[in-house]
Structure formats: structure tokens, C-alpha cells
Design a protein around this ligand. Structure first.
Ligand code: TYM
Length: 329
């Protein structure tokens, strides 16, 4: 049995990238493994949310998680800030994380570009907090999308460094995990880059069919293939990537063939894609709204989750303190 940890920042609604990059794999694992699924609301502070927005986002993301099928009866579902032990492990790991390696992290460099007015220390040490989230439960598998690969490498490094420093084999080195061969990257609808929460290029699980239609119809394409078996441009490839995850293989084949034969009409492709996305998201959207209205249920889920997560986390922190040399008098 593996121990599995997966998380999501509470900085916006869940989108197709989150689902197909991380949640789908988690769903396949939750019944057979010791699974922890949490909302990374400490990480969310790097963007300085207003208190009401912070709380509202946590609640929304929690409801969305549950609506995807994450079962709090079998997995431990919790909110990161309900488990303060993680902040102690984060502090301890920070002592062995070097500024140079943190500055070289791709996500940090990207943040410097995107939010030059708010380059806070939390952004720099983001991978350390993420490592703490994972190794505090001694996880060995972490279902994530491609964008988190480097963070997982750093998690392994921090775990290994701790073990070497104290000559123990205490923390396992966790792997980024996907059931397929590779980690997944779901692209956005703007033709380039990954689908993101705040890039304005995403389809959210809570989007209405009308919103989905509008977004897909506006997605970037090109002027169409001009020679048989021509390599598609990036924006068109991206639409096929999304189609691959939401549509039937026969649908994908139909459009791939018509692209290769230069008979494709992007309008038809978008219409079909809209239909298949709506078919996939609509039941989830209905459940999100039901769950959001059930305050008693949400409260029950997070309190039970916090208790279970704290039990596991506090055991680790107790043992880590002992290993480091904090001992009772
Ligand atoms: P976040 O909130 O950006 O994304 C949550 C999960 O969704 C995946 N994902 C994608 N996968 C494929 N294509 C995309 N376009 C796409 N966009 C997002 C991410 O890879 C991730 O698996 N740092 C994390 C949150 C976190 C965490 C953790 C995750 C904090 N601690 C411990 C796992 C374990 C983050 O910002 O994910």
C-alpha cells in the first residue's frame, strides 16, 4: 500500500488541467492506498488574498474536490492551515534548503516575471513548504501534472538531504505519479502554454455550458492545413490534446483523419469539443452546487480530515525533532 499526497492551491476554481493532471489519478488511487488530499491555503497567501476571498476560495475548492469524487470516507481530505505541524516541518526543512537552488526554480523565476511587485520570501521557499506537505505524511506517490515535476525533484532532494545529514533512512523519496507513461500538461485555449487558474485560458469545472461554448468557440486556431499529413500548429495541437482527454477515441480519430486529409473544419471540431467538455463537466457542476449548499457536510469533512491529518503529521514532527536533537530534559 502506498501513501499518496496530493494538493491544490486555493487561488481559484478547479479547471480541466487540475482534473486531468492530478485529480483523475488520485481518484484511481484513493480506495487502495493511504491517501491524503488537501487544500494548500498557506501557499495561497503568496498572492495576498483578502480574508473573505481566502475563506471563500477554500470552501469553493473543497466543494469542487468532493464533487470530482474524492471520498472523505476513504481518503483524508483536509485544509493545510488546519494542520499547523506542517509549518514546523517547513521551518526545519528551510534550514537545509539553499537560497541558490530556490532561486533557480522555474516557478520562482516565472513568478518574478509575473508579479515583480510582490516577490516575497514565501514564493522563494514555496518548494520547501510543498516538500513539507508531502513528506510529513511520508508519502511515496504524488499525483501531479507536469508543471509540478521540478517541485517533486526538490522534495526528493530535501528528503534525501535530511536522511544524509542525520544518517537515517527516515523519509522516503516520493515520486511524481501518473498512471500513464508521462506526467500530463493540459494546455490553455489561448494557443500557448498550460491551462492555469489565473491565465484567462481555462475551462473550469464550475463553468456553465454557455460559458464553455463561448470559451471553446473563441479558442485560438490557424488558417487550416494546406498539405496532407502536415504537422498541426501549437494552438491546434492543444485543442487535440484537450479532445484526447474528454472525447471518445473514435471522435479523436475522426478529426485527426480529417486534419490529415485537409478536410477539417475547425468550427465542427470546436462544436464537438464543446459538447464533450459539457458532457464531462455538467454532472460535476451540479454536484459542486449541491455540496456548497451543505455547510454541515463541509464542516464535518474538514474537521474529520484535520484530525486524521494531524495524527499523521504530529507523529512525524515528533520523530523529526528527536532525530534533529530536540530531546526532553
Ligand atoms: P496547483 O494548484 O497549481 O495545481 C494542482 C494540481 O493540478 C495540476 N495542474 C495541471 N496538470 C496538468 N495540466 C495543467 N494545465 C495543470 N495545471 C495544474 C498540478 O500539477 C497539480 O498537481 N504547488 C501545488 C499545490 C501543492 C501540492 C502540494 C501538490 C502544494 N503542496 C503537495 C501536491 C503535493 C500547486 O500549486 O498546484
Amino acid at each position: 500500500m502506498d501513501t499518496v499526497v496530493s494538493g491544490i492551491r486555493s487561488t481559484g476554481n478547479l479547471h480541466l488541467g487540475n482534473y486531468f493532471g492530478a485529480i483523475k489519478n488520485f481518484l484511481k488511487m484513493q480506495n487502495e492506498n493511504n491517501c491524503f488530499f488537501f487544500i494548500a491555503d498557506y501557499h495561497a497567501l503568496t498572492t495576498h488574498p483578502k480574508p473573505d476571498d481566502l475563506h471563500g476560495n477554500i470552501k469553493q475548492v473543497l466543494a469542487e474536490y468532493l464533487a470530482c469524487g474524492i471520498d472523505p470516507e476513504v481518503a483524508t481530505v483536509f485544509v493545510q492551515s488546519d494542520v499547523p505541524e506542517v509549518s514546523e516541518l517547513y521551518l526545519l526543512l528551510n534550514m537545509n534548503a539553499y537560497v541558490g537552488e530556490l532561486e533557480r526554480t522555474a516557478s520562482f523565476k516565472e513568478k518574478i516575471r509575473k508579479q515583480p511587485d510582490n516577490i516575497n520570501a514565501g514564493l522563494l521557499t514555496y518548494p520547501v513548504l510543498m516538500a513539507a506537505d508531502i513528506i510529513i505524511h511520508k508519502a511515496n506517490k504524488v499525483p501531479v501534472g507536469k508543471d509540478q515535476e521540478q517541485h517533486l525533484e526538490m522534495t526528493r532532494r530535501f528528503a534525501r538531504r535530511f536522511n544524509m545529514m542525520y544518517s537515517v533512512s527516515y523519509f522516503p523519496e516520493p515520486d511524481a505519479y501518473n498512471f500513464g507513461k508521462q506526467l500530463i500538461k493540459i494546455p490553455g485555449l489561448d494557443g500557448t502554454g498550460k491551462m492555469g487558474k489565473s491565465e484567462g485560458n481555462g475551462i473550469f469545472l464550475a463553468d456553465s455550458p454557455q460559458e464553455i461554448k463561448k470559451k471553446v468557440m473563441r479558442a485560438v486556431t490557424d488558417t487550416g492545413p494546406t498539405a496532407p499529413d502536415q504537422e498541426p500548429s501549437e494552438p491546434v495541437k492543444n485543442l487535440f490534446t484537450i479532445m484526447n482527454v474528454v472525447s471518445e477515441p473514435s471522435t479523436v480519430k475522426h478529426f485527426t483523419d480529417s486534419y490529415a486529409a485537409c478536410t477539417i473544419r475547425y468550427g465542427d471540431l470546436k462544436k464537438q469539443l464543446t459538447e464533450d467538455i459539457v458532457k464531462f463537466t455538467e454532472p460535476i457542476r451540479v454536484r459542486i452546487n449541491d455540496i456548497l449548499n451543505d455547510k454541515v457536510y463541509l464542516h464535518k469533512v474538514v474537521s474529520a480530515g484535520a484530525e486524521k491529518a494531524r495524527e499523521s503529521a504530529s507523529k512525524t514532527v515528533r520523530e523529526v525533532r528527536e532525530i534533529i536533537g530536540y530531546r526532553p530534559f
